[in-house]
Design a protein around this ligand. Sequence first.
Ligand SMILES: CSC[C@H]1O[C@H](OP(=O)(O)O)[C@H](O)[C@@H]1O
Ligand SMILES: Nc1ncnc2[nH]cnc12
Length: 294
Amino acid sequence: MTDTFIGIIGGSGIYDIEGLDNPEWIGIETPWGSPSDQILTGMLDGVGMAFLPRHGRGHVHTPSSVPYRANIDALKRIGVTDVISVSACGSFREQMAPGDFVIVDQFIDRTFAREKSFFGPGCVAHVSVAHPTCPRLSAACLSAAIDAGITVHDGGTYLAMEGPQFSTLAESKMYREQWGADVIGMTNMPEAKLAREAELCYASVAMVTDYDSWHPDHGEVDVSQIIATLMGNADKGRAMVRRLPALLGADRTPCPHGCDRALDHAILTAPDRRDPLMMARLDAVAGRVLGRPA
Ligand SMILES: CSC[C@H]1O[C@H](OP(=O)(O)O)[C@H](O)[C@@H]1O
Ligand SMILES: Nc1ncnc2[nH]cnc12
């Protein structure tokens, strides 16, 4: 049994969370560089909480420039056990309307200009992301959203695009009609893959802000509309977060789905061929299986 420590990665429009006991912004450096910002830590109902604004306060990072590896490493390094992404997304489904939440359970990764792994030459590893989100953590998010009176959809496929431009009409139609995606955003990949490599449970709560560009009755997406929808629904996000500690509890049992043991059989590089510099960089992410430097 360990202590639950919930990490929230706040997306566009979410740069702070309220209501923490003993709140403190702390600066963390990682072998992968600086995270997007300092991390706000504190307690909520007796459970440790950490909040990291994905784009930084003041929104300085584009979806491509977000330091995804540093963000996940920093959360792991301070002891976070469960990471919840709260993001804005466009919807490909009539019934997933602006203001609704979607508990994402699958991804199509169309990003191409980002570092996608902690591993590499000198320490090669392959983890499974067949089920990229944690069912236990996702179920807690679903319950929290329902308890908060939010219209929430249980499951959905998130298409992660590179951006920063929104999709063309042809792309929007293809993702929706041929590829079966339900929502679209620019940030949950490689974040989810990196969380799996770091043996962190990861859930994605996506708030629908628009119908992208496919919908005949809605104009094309624009950023002011997205931010207006986000601001108009910010209380919902806060209400959901407030309920999470009670649902997850302070004492954490091992993940029944194995998220916290994802590296058990993943590392291929023979111990005597491992690069010591890589080993040092992986101290937080893979220390459980590689051993931590003395
Ligand atoms: C604000 S418009 C597009 C921008 O919003 C979403 O960010 P996040 O996922 O961090 O909430 C989307 O992915 C784009 O990065
Ligand atoms: N339509 C959209 N496409 C990509 N990212 C988004 N974030 C919010 N709405 C979006």
